[in-house]
Design a binder for this molecule. Structure first.
Ligand SMILES: Cc1ncc(COP(=O)(O)O)c(C=O)c1O
Length: 425
């Protein structure tokens, strides 16, 4: 059977005809990737300014990660957790040391890891906090994005993601994002609250960066009320925001270290995406023993979670982040990017503002969320060799691979400037 397709039109037709219509992609068909670049089927080269929603932080097809995959693929790929394998333990030691936790629970996708965190948090609530059976509640935020499972969409604010997928999972209390007073109020007044699940920066919602001290104050408030602080860093983690984690705050040290005063240690940390450099689905939940040890054999798992292939890929992906100093690069280039966008905003009415941290940024287009302006701009950017995608109507997220150089970033900013200044509605 022929598996590669030689024209973009043919590839799009096939997806339209045989694939469920659960996505609305930009009309570009990618066939190759290397570093910050991708190429379409016809051979046209683009800057990737989305990085598979921050999964490809290390750049496309990073040779060290691909080699780790190749070597392990020829040796042993999957054992299930019915048996031990000779890579998992080494990975667990490495990843717990890297992020500073006692234990890790390995999974595959981000949504699975969030589900895992919810299960651990509830179980901790019953067994350690003494919450009556089936009464545990977790606080979540307006405009959250934590994935697509039935439980997770139960507490989504996005009607399109949620409608007609009920009955919904109970046990969640919604508060406004970045609102410490609302959090304090719920913690004071509501019974049986066991956790706060929060993104330290809301990526999917449109790159909303909360007040500088929000994460720290949220964790402190949780701890005053014997409640777990759960950070979903599936999108923000692993150098994307210019620190190892968004929870690191302004710490820009090369290593992850708990000594930095700006670091807020979550009780449960949820990671995915760039944990594998986009090479293979690997996610993880990290916690210290007092929390993680509530999970006993038979109570959670996944056939593929912790497989030797994923573990080797994740070790290589994390090595690359450290060795190539991606945190420092993301931080420095993020500043350059926002400065360039700010200069652009002064020349046009089409863009209202730029916001973000490190290389997770967004521009807000001066049009209603229902308008097609952001989409049309992304199509025009594509025509000019740069791929980005709107999120929530009038917002365009810009998140290139963190291996980008400053010259490449300026080239990209020149493309964005040319497209924006030449754009006709
Ligand atoms: C913060 C956050 N959590 C969870 C997820 C879900 O990850 P996955 O798509 O791998 O299930 C995402 C995906 O965008 C995310 O941004």
């Amino acid at each position: 059977m022929q598996t590669t397709i030689d024209t973009s039109d043919k590839a799009i037709d096939l997806e339209e005809r045989y694939g469920a219509h659960n996505y609305h992609p930009l009309p570009v068909v990618l066939a190759k990737g290397e570093g910050v670049y991708v190429w379409d089927v016809e051979g046209k080269k683009y800057f990737d300014f989305l990085s598979a929603y921050s999964a490809v932080n290390q750049g496309h097809c990073h040779p060290r990660i691909v080699n780790a995959l190749k070597e392990q693929a020829e040796t042993l790929t999957l054992t299930s957790r019915a048996f031990y394998n000779d890579v998992l333990g080494a990975y667990e030691k490495y990843v717990t040391g890297y992020f500073g936790f006692d234990k890790v629970l390995p999974m595959n996708t981000g949504a699975e890891a969030v589900e895992t965190a919810i299960k651990i948090c509830r179980k901790w609530g019953y067994e350690k906090k003494g919450v009556p059976e089936n009464e545990a509640r977790i606080i979540i935020c307006e405009n959250n994005f934590h994935g697509r499972t039935t439980t997770i969409v139960s507490f989504s604010s996005d009607e399109n993601a949620r409608k007609n997928f009920g009955p919904y999972t109970p046990g969640f209390i919604k508060i406004a994002y970045d609102d410490i007073d609302a959090l304090e109020k719920v913690l004071e007044s509501e019974k049986n609250v066991v956790g706060l699940l929060v993104e330290p920066i809301q990526g999917e919602a449109g790159v909303y960066t909360p007040a500088k001290d929000f994460v720290r104050r949220a964790q402190e408030a949780c701890h005053r009320h014997d409640t777990l602080f759960i950070a979903d860093e599936v999108q923000t983690g692993i150098a994307r925001t210019g620190s190892l984690l968004a929870c690191c705050g302004d710490c820009s040290c090369q290593e992850h270290c708990e000594r930095q005063p700006t670091y807020t240690k979550p009780d449960i940390l949820v990671l995915g995406k760039a944990l594998s450099g986009g090479v293979y689905p690997v996610s993880a939940v990290l916690a210290d023993d007092a929390v993680m040890n509530v999970i006993k054999p038979g109570q959670h798992g996944s056939t593929f979670g912790g497989n030797p292939l994923g573990c080797k890929v994740a070790i290589a992906a994390l090595d690359v982040v450290k060795d190539e100093k991606l945190m420092v690069n993301a931080r420095r280039l993020g500043e350059v990017f926002r400065e360039r966008m700010q200069q652009l905003i002064e020349k046009t009415d089409l863009i209202k503002l730029v916001r973000g941290k490190g290389l997770l940024n967004a521009i807000v287009v001066n049009d209603g969320p229902a308008s097609s302006t952001a989409w049309d701009l992304c199509v025009a950017l594509k025509e000019n060799g740069l791929l980005a995608k709107p999120t929530h109507g009038n917002i365009i997220r810009f998140a290139p691979p963190l291996v980008m150089t400053e010259d490449q970033l300026h080239e990209c900013c020149d493309i964005i400037q040319k497209v924006v200044l030449g754009f006709k509605k």
